[in-house]
Design a protein around this ligand. Structure first.
Ligand code: IPD
Length: 270
């Protein structure tokens, strides 16, 4: 089996186990353990426990690989592979019992910096509805056993889009400006609250496109591979701070129109 397929199988296996643990903790009741950079940037005990499970399983299966996790940070490995992990993407939904959250696991090679790495394999698992999205480089993107392809929408006017808002309040004025520009042009706009699912839904054709400024690597590492392997395009421009980027994901045919509608001639860093 090619390496990417091995990595995809492992990512799915661990994502399923991690998702099961998150779901059990959710049923027992979730408490917010701490707020991080902002009041919306929360962490629960389950985030920490689920990340520990993923980290331990990866260490047991592939001891030399690196690790970059939302809750525990970076660990450089001795192999070419780094695992980029968000144990619970959509933590606010998770904490409030909204069933739109996912375990996001990507295996990347090269520098553990989103602008330099190459994603090899990905799993985005949504436990509340038991949906497993996965992809391997060159091997396509899948929902369960079904192959995925993005919608070939040609213009924002016919597009169902999604966006998200980062945690830094200084960026919210810019986010709202983008929403005000895009909403009147698009079919409609969603704020699902889990970037990995936004990207998975673009890959699956449930959304035509998605844009957000300020994603962290663990938010988009797995989802971006789903989109490109489903025939779509993912773009992002560094916004001046490491790890802080804009992301646009959609079919190639929609990219220029969406990019202009969302970011137009505005300063992308605003
Ligand atoms: C967040 C979610 C949200 C997005 C934020 C992310 P988290 O991830 O994906 O939809 O708008 O930018 O940080 O904190 O729930 O893992």
């Amino acid at each position: 089996m090619p390496l990417e397929e091995d990595l995809r199988a492992l990512a799915m296996d661990i994502a399923r186990e991690a998702g099961g643990l998150a779901l059990r903790r959710r049923r027992e009741g979730v408490a917010i353990a701490a707020t991080k950079s902002a009041v919306a940037d929360i962490v629960t005990e389950a985030d920490r426990e689920v990340e520990a499970l993923i980290r331990d399983r990866l260490k047991a299966e592939r001891p030399g690989d690196g690790f970059l996790g939302e809750e525990t940070g970076a660990d450089r490995g001795s192999t070419a592979v780094t695992w980029v992990v968000d144990p619970i993407d959509g933590t606010v939904n998770y904490a409030y019992g909204i069933p739109a959250w996912a375990v996001s696991i990507a295996a990347v090679t090269g520098e553990p910096d989103a602008r330099l790495w190459r994603a090899e394999a990905a799993a985005v698992y949504a436990p509340p509805i038991d949906e497993m999205f996965s992809a391997s480089r060159g091997g396509g993107a899948w929902l369960g056993e079904s192959p995925l392809s993005v919608n070939a929408e040609r213009g924002v006017a016919g597009a169902l889009l999604a966006t998200g808002f980062g945690y830094d309040p200084a960026t919210h004025a810019g986010d709202l400006k983008r929403v005000a520009r895009v909403m009147p042009l698009a079919r409609d706009l969603r704020r699902i609250g889990a970037a990995s699912l936004d990207l998975a839904y673009v890959a699956a054709g449930r959304l035509d496109g998605y844009f957000e400024r300020g994603l962290n690597p663990w938010d988009h590492a797995a989802g971006a591979l789903l989109v490109t392997e489903a025939g779509g395009r993912v773009g992002g421009a560094p916004a001046g701070r490491p790890g802080v980027e804009m992301t646009i994901a959609c079919a190639d045919s929609l990219y220029d129109d969406l990019s202009f509608a969302a970011f137009g001639d505005h300063d992308p860093n605003a």
